[in-house]
Design a protein around this ligand. Structure first.
Ligand SMILES: *Cc1c(COP(=O)(O)O)cnc(C)c1O
Length: 366
């Protein structure tokens, strides 16, 4: 259609994000009950929603006729107190996807570029392309970010570098010392977005106070989400932490009411629900041990992961994915990430992990 031909070519050539297959969709296709399906495809929290967040959502229902607080005052106060960061350094988003896009819209335009790694989160090329900027994909090293190659790829037109730490879908991690060395090498006029969607799952010995680095690196933007350990993926809530002038720029491209009332209230309550976060971490460590032990037993190589998911080599990823679907188990094929022989599996409950391993064993034979 001529009308669409007049849209910029960089918009017309966007290949949309491919989400995990919804449970309801597979249930319709197989004529199964939804309760019989296991979804380990979107890195959701298998323990559900933080109970304190659920209670907060219920309290908001009566006020839904009102617009949300567009400044997110109370949630920002809570984040500020918890993280030790000034309120004017926080940008709230409709999921962290939203803040990643704000960073792209604030800094990228045609004739500039953004640098990111092969096998890194799919939103980086998408957000880059939507601005007309060029994406520079840097080859991975052992499935993870090659920081030397990434800093070498930065040129005079580079405005942004995207890094997922831990990375999705590979689960690889850049240790704090290496990350700091990279931040020191990157030119001060290039923004480095460090996406910490899985930060809360890191074992204690890998955790570092990256928020404190903001004082040292005004070009650092940290993004985090309530979709993973806080169990609020359906509500859409995330945030960025940045130097106040960078946060101010990002807020200029933010929709006025991008975060809804229920998300604001639930996020604030979830931050206080330390018991839920602790339970989620412990279940994740136990589930990771169970799944990786199962992969070893099946002699399937996997990429060691520090997230709430693990990527396993199965041979023909697409074929094994379809065989698992027929057994009512949804995982994530990652051919689009350049990993056609692998599948990404979210850590589930004990029962879900057992079901996946059983179905996987059967699927390897046909
Ligand atoms: C899941 C995930 C996010 C979070 O996305 P939301 O929009 O907050 O749901 C961000 N980055 C990475 C690398 C992820 O895997």
């Amino acid at each position: 259609m001529d009308l669409c031909d007049r849209a910029p070519s960089y918009i017309r050539s966007i290949a949309p994000y491919q989400p995990g297959k919804p449970i309801a969709e597979l249930a319709r296709e197989l004529g199964l009950d939804e309760s019989g399906i296991v979804k380990l495809a979107s890195n959701e929290n298998p323990l559900g929603v933080s109970p304190m967040a659920a209670a907060a959502i219920a309290r908001v229902l009566a006020d839904l006729s009102r617009y949300p607080d567009g400044s997110g005052y109370e949630l920002k106060q809570a984040l500020s107190a918890k993280l030790g960061v000034a309120v004017d350094r926080i940008v709230l988003g409709n999921g962290s996807n939203d803040v990643l896009e704000m960073a792209a819209r604030a800094f990228l335009s045609p004739a500039t570029n953004a640098v990111y790694a092969q096998h890194a989160f799919a939103v980086y090329p998408l957000a880059t392309q939507a601005t007309g900027a060029r994406g520079i994909e840097v080859a991975a090293r052992e499935f993870g970010h090659d920081l030397d190659a990434m800093s070498a790829a930065i040129d005079a037109d580079t405005r942004l570098v995207f890094i997922a730490n831990p990375n999705n879908p590979t689960g690889t991690f850049i240790e704090p010392r290496a990350m700091r060395a990279f931040l020191r090498r990157v030119p001060a006029n290039v923004v480095v977005v460090v996406d910490e969607a899985y930060q809360e799952y890191l074992p204690a010995e890998l955790q570092a106070d990256t928020v404190a680095w903001l004082g040292e690196f005004p070009n650092l933007v940290i993004t985090r989400t309530f979709s993973k350990i806080y169990g609020l993926a359906g509500l859409r809530l995330g945030y960025a932490l940045a130097h106040e002038s960078v946060a101010d720029l990002m807020n200029r491209v933010r929709q006025p009411f991008n975060v809804n009332s229920m998300a604001l209230a639930a996020g604030q309550a979830a931050l206080d629900d330390e018991a839920f976060v602790r339970r989620s971490r412990e279940a994740n460590f136990a589930g990771m041990a169970a799944l990786t032990a199962g992969f070893k037993r099946l002699e399937l190589p996997y990429i060691p992961s520090v997230g709430n998911f693990v990527t396993v080599r199965v041979g023909d990823g697409g074929e094994v994915f379809r065989r698992l679907l027929r057994r009512g188990v949804i995982v994530r094929p990652i051919t689009g990430y350049g990993l056609p022989a692998h599948l990404r599996v979210t850590i589930g409950t004990e029962a879900e992990n057992a079901r996946l391993l059983q179905a996987l064993e059967e699927s390897l034979d046909g």
